[in-house]
Write a protein that binds this ligand. Sequence first.
Ligand code: PLP
Length: 389
Amino acid sequence: MAYLDHAATAPIRPETVEAMERARRVVGNPSSLHAAGRAARRVVEESRETIAAAFGADPAEVIFTSGGTESDNLAVKGLYWAQRAVDPRRRRLVISPVEHHAVLDAARWLADRQGAELVLLDIDADGIVTPDALTAALAAAPDATAAVSIMWANNETGVVQPIPGLAAAAGQVSFHTDAVQAAGALPIDFAASGAAVLTLSAHKLGGPVGVGALLLRRGVALEPVLHGGGQERDVRSGTLDAVAAAGFAAAATAAQADDHDRIANLRDALVDGIRTQIPDAVVTAERAERLPGIAHLMFPGCDSEALLMLLDAAGVECSAGSACTAGVNRVSHVIEAMAVDPVLARGALRFSLGRTSTADDVAAVLRAMPSAVERSRAARAAVVEGGRR
Ligand code: PLP
């Protein structure tokens, strides 16, 4: 099989497995005071230092969580609750309309149940928020914004947002960025980014599933979502998973040495090849800055799900967009927000490449693509024709 779905989850790295095997031999709870507990604590703290160094943070700013979804929820809800407690007028949550559901739905839930006012920012045709758009949104109701959340890079299109400029435009308002897809694919320097809070997930960079982090700048108020033993500076209670932390740290370090030029060249060869075979294929946001491994294409007259199944049967694994919306046959909210022609958007596919991708993977896609597109078009045409009769 040619695995071109690294953005859904990346293959686990050998360094991750080795680090986890080593950490597994340590028995204690990192919060216990005896020798075994201290040994487990050492694993956690060394992992924390490694992760901090990889992403330009101070070790004290790293809060371990169960992954990107939890970190996003903690950031959005935690910032909102903390700001409202300080000043009840701060009800606005200003986010981009192309956020992952972990941000979007957390913000919607706050709007539905907790009195928040959800403000969706304007984007350009590539899905980018400009600092001016953010400045205008904040100026519309000064002192009423609890938090801003704009992702570093989009999980469907790979489009990169101008984070330092956006964080500067946020000014004193707490700025969160979901860097789940960007981490490992782009250099991330938390301190230099200007963000107050940043989300990471280990499995997107070759670490284990089920662990992530929230980078939280010192002095930024955040209400916890989980209450309990008071671990992680009282922001995220729960027994720390030393084994997962060790795997995350090993992956974060190894990811720094990935050859992104090689990955981008493979991605470009894939896109060029597809365009030669299927000249009317549309490459999404082609002129925008995008992650090296992601190619998002739309095939006129096709249906994403049919394409996915046909490619899967031909040994090619890719996605219709985000894994989270796959299986539901509707155009993703990201593509919808970019105001793409809905008929074109129905034939969207995301190929995501990474560390283990090869020229053979690209060749496998190019072998399978013409027939998949032809068959999907024929099936769709038959449905349309049937509808007319
Ligand atoms: N944010 C983005 C941009 C993602 O791509 C994902 C995963 O698809 C998540 C958040 C959720 O991360 P996790 O799978 O670790 O919960």
